[in-house]
Design a protein around this ligand. Structure first.
Ligand code: UD1
Length: 356
């Protein structure tokens, strides 16, 4: 069996790594295609190195652009590779533009696609990722869900039950594997106690008023606890462009994007995490670290229902209030969802090899 894995953006890399490694154990022939959606050293190469992913066999070098440009360039360049390589399966990850683009190519060429992290829904079509999820899941062949709510969403949308396999969370496979290595990461450059911030969703950073409100709230919070804010390139651009200054907030530490291991070490040690990322809602749930999500909805409701996540929406006063409570020791009890056990990728590889 020959599988092409397609990755493009930072959150894809930690999902593909365990699946690639589990498929290698099953002697599956594999090729890795990087679309080049993310291309900076600290958004891409460092993750390949730390996660033990091989150098991609192909890099499509699509770079940044509008959604249409990015999607179209991936399609045009990936189509050639699929035609040349004739894989038995193509495996796509998550919900980024590269995911939907590769899936569309395969659907037209009648090449079966397996979607890892299928079935998640925020029910908010203003989010570009929601469109990517809906389209990918409708046209993919095999749908690997991280939790049972994914199965329910897919069945509701009329997907045939035999296409859906609940395998667990591959991102947590990577976390479990690499957690022991974070012991070697020195955090002496950071304050002893801190909260960790990430922010990159267009709905939070592209609108000037919203971005300003969030930054003002973070400034107030930083008077209670130092904040470490590894900043996504999109967010840095917006702050610069909108002349939003952090000079008056000495405890709000803006730093460059971090490697996987360094970020994981910080996540583990943080008193709380404030984020709009999808994956970080899951990682904080596994780690039992209180997480406040600056979104009105989440495609990962299990992190709120059983995990340590709380949805804050645009209510920054609530954020400040809830964070204060956490700092005073009032934390929500949290559990790890079923099948987030480090074995999801093994289950995927076993299913794949049995299809051959
Ligand atoms: C993308 C994904 C999002 C995911 C996020 C993780 C889509 C629609 N969005 O959003 O789901 O949560 O990745 O990071 O696929 N840039 C750089 N260097 C890079 C990459 C990007 O400077 O290596 C800058 C560029 O100016 C680019 C901007 O960041 O225009 C946004 O990048 P893009 O890939 O369009 O989307 P993300 O916001 O990263």
């Amino acid at each position: 069996m020959k599988i092409i894995h397609v990755v493009g953006a930072r959150p894809n890399f930690m999902k593909a790594a365990p699946v690639y490694q589990a498929c290698a154990k099953q002697n599956i022939i594999q090729l890795l295609v990087h679309t080049g959606q993310h291309y900076d050293y600290n958004m891409s190469d460092i993750f390949f190195q730390q996660l033990g992913l091989p150098k991609p066999d192909f890099n499509l070098e699509v770079g940044s652009g509008s959604h249409a440009e990015q999607t179209a360039l991936v399609m045009m360049r990936f189509e050639k590779i699929v035609l040349e390589q004739q894989p038995d399966w193509v495996m796509v990850y998550g919900d980024v533009n590269s995911t939907v683009a590769a899936t569309l190519v395969c659907a037209k060429l009648l090449i079966p696609v397996a979607h890892v992290e299928a079935g998640l829904r925020s029910f908010d079509r203003r989010m570009p990722e929601e469109i990517n999820r809906l389209v990918t899941d409708q046209i993919a062949t095999l749908l690997f869900t991280p939790s049972i709510d994914g199965n329910e969403n897919l069945l509701r949308e009329g997907v045939a039950p035999e296409k859906i396999k609940c395998v667990g969370n591959v991102m947590i496979d990577t976390l479990i594997k690499f957690l022991p290595l974070t012991q070697k990461i020195s955090l002496t450059n950071y304050p002893n106690e801190f909260a960790l911030i990430t922010l990159h969703r267009p709905s939070n950073v592209d609108d000037e008023t919203t971005l300003e409100q969030i930054i003002n709230s973070l400034k107030r919070i930083s008077q209670q606890i130092p904040l470490i804010f590894p900043i996504h390139p999109r967010t840095r651009q917006r702050l610069t462009h909108k002349h939003i200054s952090l000079a008056d907030a000495p405890h709000l530490h803006l730093i460059d994007p971090l490697s996987y291991l360094e970020f994981l070490a910080l996540e583990q040690k943080a008193k709380a995490i404030i984020t709009d990322s999808g994956g970080i809602q899951e990682e904080s749930t596994y780690l039992g670290v209180p997480c406040f999500t600056l979104r009105e909805n989440t495609e990962r409701p299990i992190t709120v229902q059983v995990g340590s996540n709380t949805l804050i929406g645009f209510d920054y006063l609530r954020l400040e209030h809830e964070l204060k409570a956490v700092l005073m020791g009032q934390t929500k009890t949290a559990e790890v969802p079923p099948l987030w056990d480090g074995q999801a990728a093994e289950r995927i590889a076993e299913i794949m090899v049995n299809l051959a």
